[in-house]
Design a protein around this ligand. Structure first.
Ligand code: CA
Length: 254
């Protein structure tokens, strides 16, 4: 425990790594006003091959995200300038990055899920940077190794909706949709087994991983976003049905 205070690395290496060609080609943005924690998280991400940018306030966060187009954003909730909620809202207007929001208290997570700010995951301080890195890596790995099943199955069609797991593309009425990483993974999980009614926990296992702990209604928030983008309706579903008392499945109906 206590990684975040005992690591002792000088994070300036991470912040200064912009000129180094990253192995992964992936970019991360750390937004955290506690400079020691920011540098520590930056150094972990840099060690894992990310090209890292570190900023300490909300306004700078949005500008930097526009400039570097990050794949991952680690975003503190309490920030000077704009708070994390507003940063995430603005970010979502132009980015599908994987956003992990950091909160000071676990109760805040429920509120944030209720507010539907568009973060993909939440971590409550204090946390182990290793756990954060495990989650980030699990999420980044997914699109990088489409498995044989996906390759064999190819695209799936549900009426006007076409889902291509290999290219991670989704079309509705022939129009390419812009989904976040989490939204795509949720939809792909449902579409992979279209006759199965998934519980929220099963969807969390599939998208966030089996070690994820937290409020399972996070799933409902992302399903809500997906439905909006798919022009779908919970009461007369075209694509994603609510299965009462269970969770969700693909299909039309109530
Ligand atoms: Ca803070």
């Amino acid at each position: 425990m206590g990684d975040e205070v005992s690591d002792g690395r000088d994070g300036s290496q991470a912040a200064g790594a912009a000129g180094v060609r990253p192995r992964s080609g992936l970019r991360a943005l750390v937004v955290e006003d506690e400079t020691k924690l920011a540098e520590l998280l930056g150094s972990y991400l840099a060690r894992d091959g990310f090209d890292v940018a570190v900023v300490h306030d909300g306004l700078e966060a949005v500008a930097t995200a526009r400039a570097v187009d990050p794949d991952v954003v680690v975003l503190d909730l309490g920030l000077p300038g704009l708070d994390g909620v507003e940063v995430c809202r603005q970010l979502r207007t132009f980015s599908d990055a994987y956003v992990v929001m950091l909160t000071a208290r676990s109760e805040e997570v429920d509120t944030l899920i209720g507010l539907s700010v568009g973060a993909d995951d939440y971590m409550t301080k204090p946390f182990s940077p290793r756990v954060l890195m495990a989650r980030v890596q699990a999420m980044m790995r997914r699109p990088r190794q489409p498995d044989e099943a996906d390759a064999l199955e190819g695209a799936r069609t549900f009426g006007a909706l076409v889902i291509d797991p290999l290219g991670r593309d989704v079309w509705l009425d022939g129009e390419l949709l812009s989904l976040t990483r989490t939204e795509f993974d949720l939809l792909a999980a449902l579409a992979e087994r279209p006759r199965m009614a998934f519980s929220r926990r099963q969807l969390i296992d599939a998208v966030w991983g089996p070690t994820w702990v937290g409020d399972e209604h996070l799933v409902d928030v992302h399903i809500g976003h997906l439905r909006r983008k798919l022009d779908d309706d919970a009461t007369h579903a075209r694509f994603i049905r609510t299965v009462r008392g269970v969770g969700y499945r693909m299909g039309t109906g109530q």
